[in-house]
Design a protein around this ligand. Structure first.
Ligand SMILES: *Cc1c(COP(=O)(O)O)cnc(C)c1O
Length: 366
């Protein structure tokens, strides 16, 4: 068998090839390529999908995070609580504004442990950034309560969790701002970079619309020093095609993961858990193993590629050495970094490929 890669995007494209190609040609022939009809239609459709009043398309997920904190006026001298075991972009969205991240340990579902939030709140704390990691909605009940009680802003990093729900409510609709990435490998992926924010506040939506376009609401009248971070027409058009098929794509991944959950059976491997009341859209299927590096090499020899999300937690990365958060200060986060492994998962994964992965993992260490 051909090597099984951790993720592949071609099969997801070919599944709807004609629709994608027709849309791309339509946009190319329209003569309008930035901030036009496709972007505004996508913004309307995606706001409805999330259940928020407004959506604003931006250039990528990192910009969505950066612009969210900027629109909320969070910067120098402010602290933002964020889970330790996230992709570093979550943290960069905070620090690009000059604010300071304060790391919270994760729960057994790889999301923020809400019971550890209050002990970290100081008079500098201005916001909580919840990351719905790997595709599972975080425990939003207590997070929302804590934000209300302490008058904190709530930002959600939904880059891995488009459409995931907590108690029937979609991620990206709980907080002041929801931040999304449409990087090609995400569940709702474009064919290049893309991102968006969702919000119920007209003021925040208008501010981000201004900031994404050089700080201007009206052409050549610039109110503030903004950025250039716009979703383009081709990506928006292609995202509209993919959005129409999201439930089908999600169902396909769910079926693969149900097989993994039911059929992977090895005492050396811990399977992911789903919180009651939360849904998981399976951006990644993340197992844990004490001998993770060994397992990774073993699978590689069998022709199965895997990825570690993420080998170095943000507080131990060179980029954040200046924060002075030492090794050993976040033991659960650090343990996850040493034991997690994402196994192959993608739309269009054949039954034969699934069988092969399951069998190889079951035979590990035997
Ligand atoms: C992908 C990702 C981002 C960044 O999105 P880009 O579009 O790549 O900038 C931010 N946060 C998380 C959790 C992500 O997975």
């Amino acid at each position: 068998m051909e090597k099984i890669v951790p993720n592949r995007l071609d099969r997801g494209f070919f599944k709807y090839q004609k629709e994608f190609e027709d849309k791309a040609i339509e946009v190319l022939r329209s003569g309008w390529y930035i901030l036009g009809q496709e972007v505004s239609s996508f913004e309307e459709e995606f706001a409805e999908y999330v259940g928020s009043k407004y959506c604003v398309g931006v250039g990528n997920g990192l910009d969505a995070l950066y612009l969210a904190f900027r629109a909320l006026g969070i910067g120098e001298g402010d602290e933002v609580l964020v889970q330790g075991n996230t992709y570093i972009a979550s943290v960069m969205g905070i620090t690009m504004n000059g604010a300071t991240p304060v790391f919270i340990e994760p729960d057994e579902y790889f999301n923020m442990d809400a019971s550890k939030l209050e002990e970290k709140i100081t008079d500098k704390t201005k916001a909580i950034l919840v990351v719905h990691l790997y595709g599972q909605a975080s425990n939003m009940g207590p997070v929302v309560d804590i934000c209300r009680k302490h008058n904190l802003r709530l930002v959600e990093d939904c880059a891995q969790a488009h459409g995931a729900e907590f108690n029937g409510q979609s991620v990206g609709s709980f907080g002041d701002v929801g931040c999304f990435s449409f990087y090609p490998s995400k569940n709702l992926g474009a064919f290049g970079d893309g991102g968006a924010i969702t919000t119920n506040s007209k003021e925040i939506a208008d501010t981000i619309k201004m900031l994404r376009n050089y700080g201007s609401e009206k052409r050549y009248y610039n109110k503030v020093v903004g950025v250039n971070s716009r979703l383009d027409e081709i990506q928006a058009g292609l995202l509209r095609v993919r959005l129409k098929h999201m439930s089908e794509l999600e169902q396909e991944k769910r079926e693969i993961c149900e097989r993994y959950l039911n059929e992977i059976d090895n005492a050396l491997v811990e399977l992911p858990k789903i919180r009651e009341g939360a849904t998981h859209i399976w951006h990644q299927f993340v197992i844990r193993c004490e001998s993770r590096d060994n397992l990774k090499d073993y699978l590689d020899e069998k022709g199965i590629g895997t990825i570690i999300h993420y080998p170095i937690p943000p507080h131990l990365s060179e980029a954040y050495a200046y924060l002075g958060v030492k090794e050993g200060s976040l033991p659960i986060t650090e343990k996850y970094a040493k034991t997690v492994l994402s196994i192959p998962l993608y739309n269009g994964m054949t039954r034969e490929e699934q069988d092969y992965v399951i069998k190889a993992i079951n035979e590990y260490g035997k």
